[in-house]
Design a protein. Structure first.
Length: 256
């Protein structure tokens, strides 16, 4: 699954899963554009890659703003080469709030970042990929995009939307040389929860570690590298014939 000299953009690359994915893509030879709303986080990710001998640049992006995405992609292409891989990973949580507890501000925030951000990132990436007839788009969904738990009303709705959008794009663009897929992480500790808490306050959560491990058939949480490896697979030529899949990486959680 080598990705030598292929340019990859990762949104939400300033920490957590985004950083882990950016680093693993670089280890496999990709030139990485680390994009995040947090400029310091994105710069740190790029620095980690460069210190390990890879090639990377950092960019600030607001994924809910088409103009911001356009500037980021244009800059990355100018700095690092043709866009081959787009990883739409930026996201926020919703505090596990049900419909009666969710106000309109929170609803719009989660839908805008987690779903509209994927739409806008994919739309801009396609303008680079379609003229060349090749490219990989990988979206970060969730097990909450497949079942009714794993988040609150807004998050579950948004991630179901990501799965549906991924399938629609796969059907539309498979015949034009573009692979579109998504990953559905399960209980993997990342900075997403902490980042969301900083913005939105406390949430109900999903129970203690012992109860969670008992619920997962594999008996343990996954790690960031498990998800990053799945993303790298979908971004590689080994996934040449994979279109529209929702690759579940959850230790068997949703198989129960």
């Amino acid at each position: 699954m080598r990705l030598d000299n292929r340019m990859a953009i990762v949104t939400g690359a300033g920490s957590g899963l985004g950083r882990g994915t950016a680093v693993l893509l670089a280890e496999r030879g990709a030139h990485v554009a680390a994009a995040d709303l947090n400029a310091d986080g994105a710069a740190e990710t790029a620095a980690i890659i460069r210190e390990a001998g890879g090639r990377a640049e950092s960019y600030v992006v607001e994924v809910t703003d088409a103009d911001s995405i356009d500037v980021m992609v244009s800059s990355a292409v100018s700095d690092l080469g043709d866009l081959e891989i787009m990883v739409n990973n930026a996201g926020v949580l919703d505090g596990w709030l049900d419909v009666d507890e969710t106000d309109m501000e929170l609803w719009h925030k989660v839908i805008d970042v987690d779903l509209t951000g994927v739409f806008l990132g994919s739309k801009r990436a396609l303008t680079e990929m379609l003229p060349r007839g090749r490219g990989k788009i990988v979206n970060t969904a969730s097990t909450a995009g497949l079942v009714g738990h794993g988040g609150g009303a807004a998050y579950v709705a948004a991630k179901h939307g990501v799965v549906g959008l991924t399938k629609q794009m796969a059907v539309a663009y498979a015949g034009r040389g573009i692979n579109v897929n998504c990953v559905c992480p399960g209980a993997v500790p990342t900075s997403l929860r902490d980042n969301s808490l900083a913005e939105m306050g406390s949430h109900k959560g999903i129970g203690n570690e012992e109860a969670l491990r008992a619920y997962i058939p594999a008996g343990e949480r996954g790690v960031i590298e498990d998800i990053a490896a799945a993303i790298c697979y979908l971004a590689s030529d080994d996934a040449r014939y994979v279109h529209g899949t929702s690759l579940v990486v959850d230790g068997g959680w949703t198989a129960k």
